[in-house]
Design a binder for this molecule. Structure first.
Ligand code: ARG
Ligand code: ASP
Length: 711
């Protein structure tokens, strides 16, 4: 009760306070949030977090591998990210003999660190507001194509002129759906090596069963190191490269956090859509997501069955399983959350308010038809979105078809194609093929194919689906024939063809039944679907941009935060638990006790390492124990995060590392569309558990010695 009245007072005094927790803020504009952050407990300044005049926390943050965040924790380029972010690289170094996924891996000296071709990290060096220059000459009544052409031209010339004065990579990104533009100066390092990772039953403890779920006990971390040339500049992998020395590395706190403590996350959120109209949210949560959930659930059932039978298949399908399963569970949460929270209705209410505001003044004429246009557009879009969903989730999910599709270009070469081009394609395909067959198990794919094709036929009308589907009389017989006749199930045949490729083989490829299925899917999409989706989406983007502008005009005193767009952001809130349902309260942290409670030697996701049990039994936690004497494993906070924030540091009031963000609670995954501070929680692994595993479990204390630990 007391809590509530306090909140009400605050709401009157500072209208924005209620939303603390919501918002992904632009680091260079953080001075506008500084006061609120400090009132919530922050002891440092906005300038300590982002500055271009002196070193700041931003110098320790990277975009990791194009999809996650990482942070530098030593003067020797040592980097922390999640286990699931390093997963592909750990898997690539793994085999049945050297199963680093299962056993973990620790380089005991720098010579043992493993190069990871294809992996890069990106540092943001500077950002600049270039809105005015980008929008120069643009006015609101301009036809969309003219507007885009002008914006593109302006951006090109800004980039060209900045490129002359800098060694960094220059790009410009739209914010607030194209109402503002910022220029980013980035530096890309490509020699990044694997230093260590815990075994999967620590790094992925709870597996897909616990994914998106609280209480959580996953030691979701892995360790890499960034290398540079001897001058500290980016360089391709070389034995002569040296550990990268950052302008700043993060200090690590061993103090942990109390409920209510201020905390912030600094990283690379990928995509949010907080300003969508109600119709769009409704379509996503109640039409598209449920279909994807259903199809993926059925695929996963088949994977599970085979993975449980054979350890080799388990490794082969581990990464595929994780990536399909991740969206599957998340979208379940989005639908539940939106409906439970009456999200669509709340959006409608807001839109009614917007409509009234528009009607109150003639000067707001440009906003008058927005909501009606949205409604028409999303209705028109729906069948095409469904067609796309089935193509992607049912058609292309058949591995054989997907793989065959990689040969589409080679199947089109003629005697006029330059030999160089052919050689390049053939070489690339050799790599593709090796990777594919390493992790391919045909019985799974056959069963998946039969299941998906049946679903596809059931759901999509005969007059609006790829032609090959209409030729199928009996799905099982069709699948048997497809797999028997296609060469793409047979590694030896594929290799023989690639080793000795002649132009006349193109025809053979083109006639392969799996490649024909691929062509039929793509052809249908290209001829019947793509143009509609892209023209409606283009119009929606325009409407969304104008709607965004209108919302900002309607509430001039509100601080708006731009949707995530894979650029560096600061988000903040408090360490706290939540009430997922009536009568339930989740605590904000978990401990090693919980791992022992979940232990089940018969369930893969809940096997506990004997060595971990030994440390637990001896309570040998060293300086990593909480002051309550237990080993804290994970904690939740009301900090707004999304995909891409994985691996991001969660920091305390002093800007010291408390943990690594790795997930959200599924009850609040709707936070990509609507943020509700009552139920949206991010989940982080406690940095003390990370250090405990590195030090006590793995005996890699030499890595701890590199770090700056604050006791
Ligand atoms: N749900 C988290 C995210 O979206 C973690 C995914 C990896 N973990 C897993 N068990 N699949 O990326
Ligand atoms: N697990 C996500 C990631 O990998 C984070 C999230 O969606 O909360 O980025």
């Amino acid at each position: 009760m007391k809590h509530k009245s306090l909140l009400l007072t605050l709401l009157v005094l500072f209208p924005a306070f209620l939303f603390a927790g919501e918002g992904m803020w632009i680091p260079m504009l953080l001075q506008y949030n500084e006061k609120e952050m400090q009132e919530m407990g922050m002891k440092i300044t906005a300038d300590d977090i982002y500055s271009i005049n002196h070193s700041s926390l931003k110098d320790a943050i990277v975009l990791f591998g194009g999809g996650c965040t990482g942070e530098i924790v030593s003067d020797y380029g040592l980097l922390l990210t999640n286990h699931h972010c390093g997963y592909d690289y750990i898997q690539k170094h793994s085999s049945v003999e050297h199963d680093y996924l299962t056993q973990g891996f620790w380089a005991m000296n720098r010579g043992e660190e493993l190069p990871c071709p294809g992996l890069s990290v990106i540092f943001l060096r500077e950002m600049r507001d270039v809105t005015e220059q980008v929008l120069k000459g643009v006015d609101i009544d301009m036809p969309e194509d003219d507007r885009q052409a002008l914006v593109d031209k302006n951006m090109k010339s800004i980039i060209a002129s900045v490129e002359k004065e800098t060694k960094y990579k220059v790009s410009i990104k739209p914010y607030f759906l194209g109402n503002e533009y910022y220029l980013l100066l980035n530096e890309v390092y490509t020699d990044v090596r694997l230093v260590g990772c815990p075994p999967s039953n620590i790094g992925k403890f709870g597996g897909d069963t616990d994914n998106w779920v609280w209480p959580r006990h996953t030691g979701d971390f892995s360790v890499f190191r960034v290398y540079a040339d001897k001058d500290g500049h980016p360089a391709a992998y070389s034995k002569d490269n040296v550990p990268y020395k950052p302008a700043k590395h993060l200090d690590i706190s061993l103090k942990g956090a109390e409920e209510g403590d201020f905390a912030f996350v600094f990283g690379y959120p990928a995509r949010t859509n907080e300003y969508l109209p109600a119709v769009a949210v409704d379509q996503e949560a109640n039409v598209i997501d449920p279909i994807m959930v259903d199809l993926r659930g059925k695929v996963l059932d088949i994977y599970n069955k085979y993975q449980e039978q054979d350890p080799k298949v388990r490794i082969q399908y581990a990464s595929k399983h994780a990536s399909i399963g991740n969206g599957w569970k998340k979208w379940m949460g989005v639908t539940e959350g939106i409906n439970h929270f009456h999200g669509v209705q709340k959006k409608h209410d807001y839109e009614n308010r917007f409509h009234e505001w528009v009607m109150a003044s003639r000067s707001r004429y440009m906003y008058a038809n927005l909501l009606r246009n949205f409604k028409n557009n999303y209705k028109e879009l729906e069948p095409y979105e469904l067609a796309y969903t089935y193509m992607a989730e049912a058609g292309m999910r058949i591995e054989l078809v997907n793989f065959a599709g990689r040969f589409a270009r080679l199947s089109e070469v003629t005697k006029d194609t330059p030999q160089d081009d052919i050689d390049r394609m053939v070489n690339q395909l050799k790599g593709t093929s090796e990777t594919f067959f390493k992790d391919y198990y045909e019985p799974i794919d056959r069963e998946v194919a039969a299941m998906l094709l049946k679903e596809y036929l059931k759901a999509q009308p005969a007059d609006f689906r790829p032609a090959f589907l209409n030729d199928i009389k009996n799905v099982d017989e069709y699948v048997d024939k497809l797999f028997a006749k296609s060469m793409f199930t047979d590694e030896a045949k594929v290799n023989a063809l690639l080793d000795n490729f002649k132009v006349k083989d193109a025809k053979k490829l083109a006639n392969d039944p799996a490649l024909k299925v691929y062509q039929s899917l793509i052809g249908f999409y290209r001829d019947e679907v793509y143009d509609h989706i892209s023209s409606i989406t283009k119009d929606n983007d325009r409407l969304r941009r104008i709607y965004m502008k209108g919302q900002m005009e309607m509430e001039p005193e509100k601080r708006f935060s731009p949707d995530a767009n894979f650029t560096l952001r600061v988000t903040y809130g408090k360490v706290e638990g939540f009430k997922p349902k009536d009568g339930m309260k989740y605590k904000h942290f978990t401990t090693l006790e919980g791992i022992m409670q979940k232990e089940n030697p018969d369930i893969y996701d809940y096997v506990v390492e004997p060595r971990l049990k030994e440390l637990y039994n001896k309570k040998d936690y060293g300086r990593y124990a909480d002051k309550d004497g237990t080993m804290h494993v994970a904690f939740t906070a009301s900090v707004h995060t999304t995909g891409g924030n994985s691996g991001s540091p969660i920091l305390n009031a002093e800007g010291q590392l408390l943990g690594l963000n790795f997930d959200r609670c599924w009850e609040g995954t709707m936070s990509d569309l609507i943020y509700d501070p009552d139920i949206c929680r991010n989940i982080s692994v406690d940095i003390r558990y990370v250090l405990f595993i590195i030090d006590k479990f793995a005996g890699a204390g030499h890595l701890i010695d590199e770090m700056t630990i604050v006791e």
